[in-house]
Design a protein around this ligand. Structure first.
Ligand code: DI6
Ligand code: FE
Length: 409
């Protein structure tokens, strides 16, 4: 593909999320895009000085004061799966708990059966539809976990579908191997043997270029800290970064464990302890909060947001899109819920889907709009990003530029 031509985007209200000022705000801003990169970002009044003399005419777009933000980053999803769990939702409304259903062999394992039964093409089309819904709200980078295949071939198939999404849609996809999501029926009662099998698949997935990071579900209905650590050791031996589903339903000390392995993020965290917070701070691990799962499972224990804030742990927000605990396809709704349910400020919530989400994926080239970073941004019919955290069920995304190329939202 030839490089997209240079372009100037002028007269934006810009929330750059550059450090130093609230929102990285520039009231009348210009962005100079070259190829997939921001060649210069700053006040429109300073643009003429920034452009070198003799530059051939660059096409200009006047945004007339529309809001520009970085492209949104949904850094925790389980987007590739077959079937749905609407019947389980109904069962929960008739009194069964999420844990009861999981222990009775439903829950994650019912999605595993539906995923194994679906063809590659069906999995791709289902996931592409979900991805497009997220992209319509300005998402330009998406993390996708495996974890509904739970055998060597089906885990690899799901990761390959995620990679194909990144190739065929105007979207960056980062993949995470989550074989340690649940024990599949073939290994019922033998979780340690299953962990050994999952570890044996990892090198092949890595060689095939299917994996950017490795995750595990450490909880009473998931895996023990010892089992999780075996997965982390295998990831570390391959040079792959780790992440954790931890302290969602109980405190297992997973955050301390993940921090010892320099985890990119620990996710969920409703039951996170003060020791876990200290360990995450020391390791630079991002706290990934998932208000959709908290809401949908009707949890009552809040993640320790004030303590995370006081400790200076970076906070990210994601949809956790999955069929069991968060069948949500709106990152804008998560901004609102992060504020209403978790009491984040609108700016904290926004940093959670931009700068801190990039960090949770180990991506240093995005999450802010600054000279030298990727030209991934969204244009909104709004005056200020706080409006997008305030309204819900409302999508004012008007344009998206992904790697310097404009696409329809
Ligand atoms: N925690 C979650 O919230 C999802 N996975 C996990 O480890 C739920 C997955 C599911 O119920 O299908
Ligand atoms: Fe999850």
């Amino acid at each position: 593909m030839s490089a997209p031509p240079a372009q100037l985007w002028r007269h934006a209200r810009l929330a750059s999320f550059q450090p130093g000022t609230a929102w990285g705000w520039v009231e009348d801003a210009a962005l100079w895009v070259e190829g997939d990169t921001l060649r210069w970002v700053g006040p429109d009044a300073a643009l003429s000085k920034a452009l070198p003399a003799g530059l051939p005419a660059v096409p200009e777009r006047d945004l007339q004061g529309a809001l520009v933000t970085p492209g949104l980053i949904d850094a925790h999803t389980h987007l590739v799966y077959g079937g749905d769990r609407a019947a389980e939702f109904e069962q929960r409304l008739q009194g069964a708990s999420y844990e009861d259903i999981a222990r009775a062999g439903g829950g994650i394992r019912s999605t595993v059966a539906a995923t194994r039964a679906a063809s590659d093409e069906v999995l791709f089309q289902l996931a592409a539809g979900r991805a497009r819904t997220l992209m319509a709200e300005g998402v330009t980078t998406l993390e996708i976990k495996s974890g509904y295949g739970l055998n060597e071939a089906d885990e690899a198939r799901c990761l390959a579908v995620a990679r194909r999404l990144g190739r065929e849609l105007p979207l960056t996809v980062r993949t995470t191997s989550l074989a340690a999501h649940a024990v599949p029926p073939e290994f019922a009662g033998r979780p340690d043997d299953y962990i050994s099998a999952a570890i044996s698949w990892l090198a092949g997935q890595h060689r095939a270029g299917l994996v950017d990071a490795v995750d595990a579900f450490c909880d009473t209905i998931g895996f023990t800290p010892a089992q999780t650590e075996r997965i982390f050791q295998a990831a570390q031996a391959l040079g792959l970064p780790v992440k954790l589903h931890g302290e969602q339903l109980s405190d297992q000390g997973g955050a301390e464990l993940a921090a010892r392995y320099g985890a990119l993020s620990c996710d969920h965290l409703e039951h996170l302890s003060p020791a876990g917070i200290r360990a995450m701070k020391a390791a630079g691990t991002v706290a990934m909060l998932l208000p959709g799962a908290y809401y949908f499972l009707r949890e009552t224990k809040l993640p320790p947001v004030s303590a995370l804030r006081e400790a200076g742990v970076p906070i990210a927000i994601a949809t956790d899109h999955n069929p069991g605990s968060s069948p949500c396809l709106s990152l804008l709704l998560m901004l609102n819920m992060a504020c209403t349910l978790f009491r984040l400020t609108p700016e904290e919530a926004w940093r959670g889907v931009t700068v801190n989400a990039a960090r949770a994926l180990g991506l240093a080239d995005r999450g802010m709009l600054a000279t030298g970073l990727r030209a991934d941004f969204a244009v909104w019919d709004a005056q200020h990003p706080r409006e997008l955290a305030y309204r819900f069920g409302h999508n004012p995304c008007r344009r998206v530029v992904q790697g310097g190329i404009e696409r329809q939202p």
